[in-house]
Design a protein around this ligand. Sequence first.
Ligand code: PHE
Length: 340
Amino acid sequence: MNAIIEKINRALAEAETRAAAATDKAAIEQLRIDYLGRNGLFPALSKEMGSVPAEERKETGRAFNAGRTRIQELIDGAMERSGSTAADSVTERPDLTLPGRRRMTGHKHPITMVADECVAVFRRMGFIVADGPEIEDVFHNFDALNTPQDHPSRDEQDTFYFPDGRILRTQTSPVQIRVMESHEPPVRIVAPGRVFRRDTPDATHGMNFHQIEGLYIDRNVSMADLKSVLQTFATEMFGSGVKIRLRPHFFPFTEPSVEYDFSCHMCGGKGCPVCKNSGYIEIAGAGMVDPAVLRNVGYDPEVWSGYAFGMGIERLAMLRYRIPDLRYLYENDVRFLEQF
Ligand code: PHE
């Protein structure tokens, strides 16, 4: 019997006694540390193994393995008697000094954030939120909005048609019709939502995008009311520095009609690629609701008048967050989305 086997036998005898006496977790853990731990007996013995003469090596190796197994049994046995499991052992408890792992929480998409913000601003001005379907009929999207039969926006090149003749709404304006059909005047609503057009995507156009529609019908509503609401909205969203610009335009459902720009938030109005060097970004179409539209929904244009507007939410988001290209909003790249 060589020195190593002797040490193993002595250790086993000692460990039997200690294991029988060990009742608390700390004592059992100490047992493991002393014999099996990194600086314990068995790892030390395994280093001595190299010096064992070849003819004794087999026997020594067997004693070593048997001894190590036995120690583990003693530890397991003691552990069971003390009512703890391996998972409770001191070393396997979670390390409370480690830095925490950050939870990945989602958040609203920037488009939704801006849409919510717009709605909040208009609610403070007394507007309530209305809603309409994304799959519309031609009547609400075009006919009732006084759009002539040969108007280019009805073209299949601009509008997505379903085989049954229904369409993906090209604007949120059909919500105006739906609200007026179902409510007596006065009405004051905003309607945020998704719209669809067969545009070729570029930095400021997409095939589907979002608008927020506004409609106010009452007695004696004027263009000045429209202008003040739009200016108030611009200031609330972008601060007092933002300038607005109305340009004469044409829409079949408003008369007079305007297009309506905000000074470019990206360059402060100096001119940049986003505003195509004009210093302004087109945000909305607007105007006084055409009497023909009021008649279509059974409102008397001699009594009631009003304004309507439709703004591009992506355009607002671009200004709000200084996003140079609208396509970022749809690529779902978390490196982009995480920044909001
Ligand atoms: N619906 C128009 C568009 O999409 C915008 C608009 C809304 C214009 C309301 C006037 C009144 O371009």
